[in-house]
Design a protein around this ligand. Structure first.
Ligand SMILES: NC(=O)c1ccc[n+]([C@@H]2O[C@H](COP(=O)([O-])OP(=O)(O)OC[C@H]3O[C@@H](n4cnc5c(N)ncnc54)[C@H](O)[C@@H]3O)[C@@H](O)[C@H]2O)c1
Length: 367
């Protein structure tokens, strides 16, 4: 205390200034500290600045010492743990450190396309008929089978099917034919099938019923026209193609893959017609599998997929739909196409005569 009084006296007498009481006591405190630490006295504004710099340097040194102590403690704790914990624990830790990440939020959020490496030899050179193949999921399915060197018959109401067929044929160098037909017209469908199977000894290996439409609206305001259009395209169209091809598919020990929808499993607002049709497709597929045990029958249920069908929906619907998925994104057509090919091949599908495969980014899980 005596020292600090002296310091204040020195300072004031040399400068001839009498600082106010509060400032004076402030200086006294620091002067005392400085004296203890550095062995000098604060004199005037210049030395106050100097002291400040020294105080900062001192604080840094203390911080470094504190860090050194912490490091020592950490090393001691680790050494103690290393000595006391069983060797099994360390083996487990090392395995965890070097094994691939199982964190789904990191690993599955990607939209990067993994190049398919699987080749299913049973699909090569076999007739595969795909409806609604002009664009979207149907086109992606055609491309995926083309990679397997299947022979394609692409069917669609839209005349652009011709261009799709020629593009697929030239890109993948596989035999690709097309027909413009309406899946709701059973006579037309029969004609398409009969012509398609002729070059293949009246055999067809895979039928993919993909053609589909939506006509959304509240149930109480739904027009008969919209109801009928959706049921006849999605459900009756599927039946028309199955009915006309079953005998040729059975001859080839083939497969039927029907494109249903997540809406057919969990329902969706404004889609009573579509949900009824797609739910019907699932039930229809199961009934087929029971009726024709030799056929591999699969209903694929896509979630919210990035195609022309969804492109026209407002951004609010996109936000709502993608938020309902676990992966927080819409699916891509190729992701459905890969599931279709895996369901159609006899490889790896020897004990699943009927399956309902959901490819919906986890939308079906709820929550
Ligand atoms: N896009 C999605 O989010 C989604 C989700 C679940 C299920 N699906 C189903 O997947 C299938 C393909 O959907 P997409 O998104 O590629 O749709 P899309 O509209 O892009 O393609 C549908 C194709 O079907 C054809 N088609 C429509 N009516 C037809 C008819 N009567 N006869 C012949 N061809 C006809 C269209 O011309 C078109 O080429 C549909 O069955 C759809 O219900 C789509």
């Amino acid at each position: 205390m005596a020292t600090s009084h002296r310091a204040t006296r020195n300072r004031t007498s040399r400068k001839g200034i009498h600082p106010p009481q509060a400032y004076s006591s402030f200086l006294e405190t620091y002067v005392t500290v400085d004296q203890k630490l550095w062995g000098f006295r604060a004199t005037g504004a210049k030395s106050t600045q100097l002291n400040h710099r020294k105080r900062v340097a001192w604080a840094r040194i203390r911080l470094r010492r504190f860090e050194q102590r912490l490091t020592c403690i950490a090393i001691s704790v680790n050494l103690y743990a290393f000595v006391t914990l069983p060797p099994g624990f360390w083996k487990w830790s090392v395995r965890r450190l070097f094994s691939p990440s199982k964190n789904h939020s990191e690993s599955n959020m990607t939209t990067e396309i993994p190049m398919p490496t699987a080749v299913f030899p049973d699909l090569e050179g076999k007739l595969v008929l795909i409806t609604g193949a002009a664009r979207g999921i149907g086109r992606a399915i055609a491309e995926e089978f083309a990679k397997q060197k299947s022979h394609l018959m692409l069917v669609d109401l839209d005349p652009s099917i011709e261009q799709t067929a020629s593009e697929v044929a030239s890109t993948y160098e596989t035999k690709t034919d097309f027909r413009i037909a309406n899946v709701t017209d059973s006579a037309q469908v029969k004609e398409v099938i009969d012509q398609a199977v002729q070059p293949y000894g009246k055999q067809m290996y895979v039928l993919v019923n993909n053609a589909g439409i939506t006509r959304d609206g509240a149930a109480m305001r739904m027009s008969d026209e919209n109801w009928d259009a959706v049921i006849s395209t999605n459900l009756t169209g599927t039946h028309n193609f199955c009915k006309a091809s079953i005998r040729f598919l059975r001859k080839a020990n083939g497969a039927i893959v029907n494109i249903s929808s997540i809406s057919g499993q969990i329902g969706n607002i404004g889609q009573t017609n579509y949900c009824a049709a797609k739910g019907g497709v699932i039930a229809y597929t199961k009934a087929l599998a029971i009726e024709y045990p030799g056929l591999r029958c699969t209903a694929i249920c896509p979630g919210f997929i990035n195609t022309d069908m969804t492109a026209r929906l407002p951004s609010d619907v996109w936000k709502y739909a993608t938020a309902k998925t676990k992966l927080r994104r819409a699916g891509e057509a190729w992701e459905i196409a890969q599931a279709v090919v895996r369901s159609a091949t006899a490889y790896g599908n020897t004990y699943a005569p009927c399956a309902v495969v959901t490819v919906a980014g986890g939308m079906e899980l709820g929550g």
